[in-house]
Design a protein around this ligand. Structure first.
Ligand code: F6P
Length: 755
């Protein structure tokens, strides 16, 4: 039993006394009111009796008053005896002259003048309470008239009413006693109740939190917390704490083994061990890593823009295996065999690409419709309204089925670890597990996960979650996305959540949920120019785009409304407006890859951006300088690398982004550590790259100031910041991401609920 501490007792006592005081004042008032009522009733009785007595005497007193005073006094004497509470009578002439009075009344007869006056003046009975030597006396004065109606005199009846006061005092003492008992009872009850209901559980909670912080306790939060909300929040707190602690432990392990940076070779060895004997690695995504297109009558391979390909191609190149993806290029069929297979990369075959063929209608409904007009805006807080059409949903289900069939065909009788990628394939994990429960299936979600309130507008939300929870491991970039996902499952499915282990048991299957911040590979490993060749390339690009010796800032994006491109252009505009000395000396180059252009919103967005860029250029351009170069095209990896290397600044201004690998690509390209990164606080990368200049893209003033401070930043600070970020990206590269994901997925084998 927890001991009561002084401050807690004082707090409970204060509350108890407050409540008791309120009750005491209320009941005290009621008691006083009751006693006053009784007192008034008693006085009324006394008065009525006095008037009756006066009535009885009035005839005798009237006769006596007709006589002169000595005779009148003698005639009245026998009538003036008193009894019990009656002190006696006094008889006055109308002018106030005392004719006769009982013995007890004579002592205070002169105090009767006011009541006498009142009776004479009003010609009616008058009553007055007087005090004589501490005794309360009720005096009732009755005017007496003769037969002609003339006032003859006044008869005063005086009664001792101290018994009424005594009775009232007795009643008040009695009430006071009960109020005291009530107060003590209330204080005891309130102190006891608050202690049992709040103080003791909160005391235990504080104790548990302290031990969680200092001793890493494994137990659940204490039972009996005062509200449901506290119960669920503490569970989450503990889980986040443990997650943070294990991240901290991982980070310190990383620091201890800093020399062991993850490389392609190290991942290969690790993957073989993690996959186990005879199991192949299969990656499934909508977007393919190499796409064949017909250009000028020739088949050409291009690498599609986007973080998923950037991240996973090096993993497949390191580990080998099969990548199953939609063959979306217009020359894809020509470049593949009859089963849709080919070896990639095209000039250095390292793994198999297996293409899935979809009809135009299927692609329209599944990819453009449900995935990119539905789930994409649903998961990004960019104020774009999601659209859910029943036909698109049907196409999405069909396409997921098609992917499942292709994956199962690839696996045949063998065994495999399947890494499903992204929101286009949410149904795939359950479809695969339904047929092959022995497969190990991981799902990585490359975009943010919204909060439950935002997600529940999706009419097919429960089906999506059900599909996802077929996976043994569900990965997101950030812990925050994991929390929101579990919250969503909690609200929408009948499932068992384990916040301690961050897992969900649904339909008898356990899925773990973990953060895996994705990353990039070192540029040195890629087929991009270096040294003199790179310098030459940069010089050519500068000449081609007329960049001269200006300070170059760069942005590299798929053209998407989530990337904050209008905000970026406006910030450049504001910067040049506020700091005119940079006109002619600062150039912003945006490498924008057209994306999802069959969706009208995306086409409109390109047009809108071109208009804004034109307006700004028109406003400032002089001679052969213009502030914004908006280069709308598919830029190959060599051009992207050259721009990232030459740029003194990179701007990433996403309105919402799962990670944003351009930020990490820029940092990785900064071999000389000269550059400055401006990074949106709403991109997942901002959690890791804290040395960037962090901005809110909606705040144009702040954004323009960030550009200004980046341009003016001293070399020493630039180097220090970039060095720290560079080191972080090198250590937390894509090989580490893949190794951690595979290890965690391998650990889910044979897992039992609740572990
Ligand atoms: O980042 C989300 C994502 O869908 C990735 O999966 C992909 O790399 C990128 O956007 C490109 O999108 P899309 O495949 O529609 O061109």
């Amino acid at each position: 039993m927890a001991r009561i501490r002084r401050p807690q007792l004082a707090r409970s006592l204060r509350l108890g006394f407050l409540i008791a005081a309120i009750i005491g004042v209320a009941t005290g008032f009621l008691a006083w009111h009751q006693v006053e009522q009784e007192r008034r009733t008693d006085l009324d009785d006394v008065n009525r009796r006095a008037q009756a007595l006066a009535q009885q005497l009035s005839a005798a007193v009237g006769n006596a008053l007709a006589l002169p005073d000595p005779a009148a006094s003698a005639a009245l004497r026998p009538h003036l005896d008193s009894y019990r509470t009656l002190l006696g009578y006094a008889v006055f002439r109308p002018d106030g002259h005392l004719v006769a009075a009982s013995e007890a009344v004579q002592d205070f007869a002169d105090r009767l003048a006011p009541v006498l006056l009142r009776a004479v003046y009003l010609g009616a009975d008058a009553v007055r309470l007087i005090r004589f030597q501490g005794t309360p006396i009720e005096a009732v004065a009755v005017p007496l008239k003769n037969q002609r109606g003339l006032l003859q005199g006044v008869l005063v009846v005086a009664q001792d009413v101290s018994f009424i006061d005594d009775r009232a005092t007795g009643r008040l003492v009695q009430f006071g006693f009960w109020i005291l008992i009530l107060t003590l009872l209330t204080v005891t009850l309130v102190v006891g109740a608050t202690w049992l209901t709040y103080e003791r559980p909160l005391h235990k909670l504080a104790d548990w939190m302290r031990r969680l912080r200092t001793e890493n306790v494994g137990e659940a939060p204490p039972p009996g917390l005062p509200s449901e909300m506290l119960v669920s929040e503490t569970g989450r707190l503990a889980a986040s704490f443990r997650a943070a602690r294990s991240t901290g432990q991982r980070l310190s392990q990383v620091a201890m083994h800093a020399e062991q940076v993850w490389t392609r070779d190290r991942l290969r060895v690790h993957a073989i061990a993690a996959l186990g004997e005879g199991r192949q690695l299969i990656v499934v995504s909508n977007r393919e890593p190499y796409m064949h297109q017909m250009r000028d009558g020739k088949v050409q391979a291009i690498v599609p823009a986007g973080g998923l390909v950037t991240a996973l191609d090096p993993v497949l190149q390191a580990c080998g295996g099969v990548w199953v993806a939609h063959g979306a290029g217009d020359a894809d069929r020509q470049a593949a065999d009859g089963s849709g297979r080919l070896m990639v990369p095209p000039d250095d075959a390292r793994y198999t690409l297996r293409r899935v063929w979809l009809t135009r209608e299927e692609e329209q409904g599944y990819y453009y419709g449900f995935s990119n007009e539905g789930i994409w805006p649903l998961c990004h807080l960019a104020h774009e309204r999601p659209v859910f059409r029943a036909l698109d949903w049907e196409a999405y289900r069909q396409a997921n089925l098609r992917f499942a069939e292709t994956v199962l065909d690839e696996i045949g009788d063998g065994s495999a670890v399947v890494l499903v990628q992204d929101y286009q394939l949410a149904l795939l994990p359950r479809l695969l597990k339904a047929v092959r429960p022995d497969l190990q299936v991981g799902l990585f979600w490359h975009i943010p996960w919204p909060n439950p309130e935002a997600f529940r507008i999706c009419p097919y939300g429960a089906e999506l979650l059900t599909g996802m929870l077929g996976a043994d491991l569900v990965g997101f970039h950030l812990q925050q996305h994991c929390n929101s996902f579990l919250d969503t499952v909690d609200r929408m499915l009948e499932s068992r959540l384990d916040w301690d282990h961050f897992s969900v048991e649904f339909k008898g299957h356990v899925s773990r949920v973990r953060p895996f911040p994705i990353s990039v590979q070192d540029w040195a490993e890629r087929k991009v120019p270096a040294g003199e060749e790179l310098e030459q390339q940069i010089a050519e690009l500068k000449q081609e785009h007329n960049l001269g010796n200006a300070f170059i800032a760069v942005g590299v994006d798929r053209i998407d409304y989530t990337k904050g491109l209008p905000e970026r252009f406006r910030a450049v505009d504001r910067f040049l407006e506020k700091y005119p000395q940079y006109r002619g000396r600062f150039t912003f180059v945006e490498l924008g890859a057209p994306s999802r252009t069959h969706i009208r919103r995306y086409r409109d967005h390109i047009a809108q951006l071109e208009t804004i860029a034109d307006e700004i250029n028109w406003k400032y351009q002089t001679g052969d300088w213009q502030p914004i170069h908006f280069l709308v095209a598919h830029h190959d990896v060599r051009a992207v690398h050259a721009f990232l290397t030459m740029a003194s600044m990179c701007i990433v201004s996403s309105l919402h982004d799962g990670m944003n690998l351009v930020a990490k690509e820029y940092v990785a390209a900064q071999a000389t550590r000269e550059g400055v990164l401006i990074l949106s606080e709403f991109a997942g990368a901002a959690r890791e790259l804290a040395d960037a200049i962090i901005i809110n893209p909606y705040d144009t003033e702040q954004f323009a100031e960030a550009i200004h401070s980046g341009v003016e930043m001293k070399a020493a600070e630039r180097h220090a910041r970039m060095d720290r970020m560079h080191q972080a990206v090198q250590e937390h590269n894509i090989y580490r991401w893949a190794a951690t994901f595979l290890t965690t997925l391998a650990a889910t084998r044979n897992q039992v609920p609740g572990t």
